[in-house]
Design a protein around this ligand. Structure first.
Ligand code: AP5
Length: 244
């Protein structure tokens, strides 16, 4: 699927990021990694840099739960227990989201796919849309890092910014630097739930790395590196993986 954008044109993306379009390029990518690997942190930076939308199924579900929508009510219990929300609820949501206008030049999937049926459904959706995936990045971190990062994480439900009480604290305690809203400690960021999420990742999501590796799409990054270093490596991978 091709779309022409004049060099230098500004394109508004999902009401948040503005892209200075200098090239006719496309990036359809997935960020994979265990809870707390830094997917959300890096996704926000890539959105700013490349002007493609972050599609975070976790953020969509948390927003739905906060608003008490039918989807949110169904998903809430699974999320609180650290279990995956059933595939049929997630796949339809992604199918609709990828057809929105802001995905025309690419998208960054954060938290999807998480199971083999989700990955196969994504293949089908992209085939229908005649646009192949061009990059899957696996962020690798240890189990200890997962527990430490998630326990000390604080999140803004309004703009999606995340903080870490030690490594990246907000300027004012409990308040988001970006939008001034109150920060929350996610219910699934309690240690016993974090450990359950990690088990679920290992059994259901980690195998997808092998699935995508068979297509030669996977690049791995040491997610234990400082945030800026991970961003620099990731940005290079996106630039190399971008297709015309
Ligand atoms: P979701 O919201 O997707 O959670 P997750 O995958 O567990 O990932 P996290 O958001 O916990 O971590 P992250 O990798 O984004 O890390 P972050 O950047 O915040 O899903 C939640 C739930 O929703 C699931 O359990 C499930 O129930 C449901 N769900 C969602 N998608 C689903 C799907 N497709 N199918 C079924 N169910 C689904 O960073 C973490 C912390 O570390 C932050 O404090 C950050 O500041 C810090 N940090 C980040 N990078 C670094 C670094 N390099 N160095 C030091 N600190 C860092």
């Amino acid at each position: 699927m091709m779309m022409t954008i004049e060099p230098g044109a500004s394109v508004r993306r999902g009401g948040s990021a503005v892209l200075e379009a200098s090239e006719k390029t496309f990036t359809d990518m997935i960020l994979l990694g265990p809870p707390g690997a830094g997917k959300g942190t890096q996704a926000l930076r890539l959105v700013e840099r490349f002007g493609i939308p972050q599609i975070s199924t976790g953020n969509i579900l948390r927003e739905a739960a906060a608003q008490g929508t039918p989807l949110g009510l169904k998903a809430d219990g699974y999320m609180k227990r650290g279990e995956l929300v059933p595939d049929d609820l997630i796949i339809g949501l992604i199918d609709r989201r990828l057809r929105e206008d802001d995905c025309e030049r690419g998208f960054l999937l954060d938290g999807f796919p998480r199971t083999m049926p989700q990955a196969q459904a994504l293949d089908g959706i992209l085939e229908m849309m005649e646009r192949p995936l061009n990059l899957v990045v696996a962020l690798e971190v240890s189990a200890d890092t997962v527990v430490e990062r998630n326990s000390l994480r604080r999140c803004c439900l309004n703009c999606g910014a995340t903080y870490h009480l030690k490594n990246h604290p907000p300027r004012r305690a409990g308040i988001c630097d970006q939008c001034g809203r109150e920060l929350i400690h996610r219910e699934d960021d309690r240690e016993e739930v974090i450990r359950r999420r990690l088990q679920v990742y290992d059994s259901q999501t980690q195998p997808l790395i092998h699935y995508y590796r068979a297509n030669g799409l996977v690049r791995s990054i040491n997610g234990e590196l400082p945030v800026d270093e991970v961003t620099a490596i990731l940005a290079r991978m996106v630039e190399e993986g971008t297709r015309e």
